[in-house]
Design a protein around this ligand. Sequence first.
Ligand SMILES: Cc1cc2nc3c(=O)[nH]c(=O)nc-3n(C[C@H](O)[C@H](O)[C@H](O)COP(=O)(O)OP(=O)(O)OC[C@H]3O[C@@H](n4cnc5c(N)ncnc54)[C@H](O)[C@@H]3O)c2cc1C
Length: 443
Amino acid sequence: MAALKEKYDIVIVGAGVAGLNCALNLPRDKSVLIICKKNPRQSDSYLAQGGICMLRGDYDYDEYFDDTMRAGHYENNPAAVECMIKGSREVIADLEECGVDFRKNSDGTYAFTREGGHSSPRILFHEDCTGKEITSKLMKKVSKLSNVQIEPYNVMLDIITDGEKCEGVVVYDIKEKATKAVYADYTVLATGGVGGAFGNTTNFGVVSGDAVAIALRHGVQVDNVNYIQIHPTVLYSKKRGRKFLISESVRGEGAVLLDKNFKRFTDELQPRDVVKNAVLAQMEKDGTEFVWLDMRPVPKEELASHFPQIVKRCAEEGYDVFTQPVPVVPAIHYFMGGIHIDLNGATTLPRLYAAGETACNGVHGKNRLASNSLLESLLFAKRAAQDIAKNYSPLDKSGYVKPAKEVGGYKHILNGLKKDLRRAVETAEAGGDPNLLFKGDKK
Ligand SMILES: Cc1cc2nc3c(=O)[nH]c(=O)nc-3n(C[C@H](O)[C@H](O)[C@H](O)COP(=O)(O)OP(=O)(O)OC[C@H]3O[C@@H](n4cnc5c(N)ncnc54)[C@H](O)[C@@H]3O)c2cc1C
């Protein structure tokens, strides 16, 4: 690990699929710094189970578009949806070039699985650990780039801005226990979702909406901050810590939801929010803390080969999925809102970009269609990189401003960000505008 320099051409905050794919698509003659909070494997990208959507052919365009819009309650930005679907084949081709291994049929064609809200199978997968397969291959490729420096255990505490443009980030180096200003011509925020700010979540604790809170504090536009998706099926457990997701694609392959009398109570392949509501209503009606997910309708061979991690984890918790149902409950999972971006990843603050789950161009509307997230993160991160390359101009160094001083330790600052984020969500839930929360209070 090298020391942080004072200035890079581009700083990327976050080492999930969005941050990594952005770096891969930036010009090789630009110096790039990627920072992440802890071990790079602690990103939600590593956790993705079900898979990644791809447009199978022109014949599927209308249905894929409609499925995405219907799941999003038609609040989606149609231009973003079109861009994502049309760009999907290129994203998959890029991943293949990185060595990502998607399951294939015996004739060499792709095998597709299905999840809730999809009218037909169009999801590519690698067992039940598609995210790990994609992210580790991207990381391998990025690690070989001589223009990219990856620095884990470095936490963004703030952006540096004079209110007119972004000039870099304030970073806390956990190992050196030091706060530093890192200047950059362009800054890309790719810090993932918000689950870690709330608990009862499938997300890593490090993914806690820091960039969104920072954006709000600086008057950078944030959209739909209360659009938080709750996944209907995580493994019920009294243990503390991150909740273990049981992918929707298990239901796509035939698993069913059962009430306390082991009777089906809903169509398991409706969009996620509809199934979540049905699960919560059933728990209320039955007076139970969970419902059952029965994977026995999935052929044994498919269950074992497609979902080995789920089978293993359930066994560790004492459930043999081949012979008995497992208890499941809903948990916070995904953030549809985020820092407002255009289709090229630009935020409302010049020289500041955002990509992945932390950003919002409206592609998911009010509720994300399953397996559109990896695709969206990869595609719009690439577009952000291309836009930076196309419009590149160095920052006028005379414009540098001093970063805010650290007060009370970095954990205190991060807790402050979480508090601000939760306040913004509450304000939006109550019908207020979170973008006005810090007006007059800008740093
Ligand atoms: C259990 C689970 C299963 C999923 N399954 C699927 C699926 O099958 N298909 C699908 O399409 N999507 C799935 N998703 C969603 C998808 O994985 C994510 O939306 C996507 O990976 C987000 O990528 P990202 O790069 O934006 O963020 P992440 O991968 O979450 O990366 C965030 C990065 O930001 C860093 N970071 C955060 N804050 C700071 C800070 N202050 N300073 C420095 N670094 C910071 C973190 O350390 C991390 O490196 C799943 C999500 C989960 C949790």
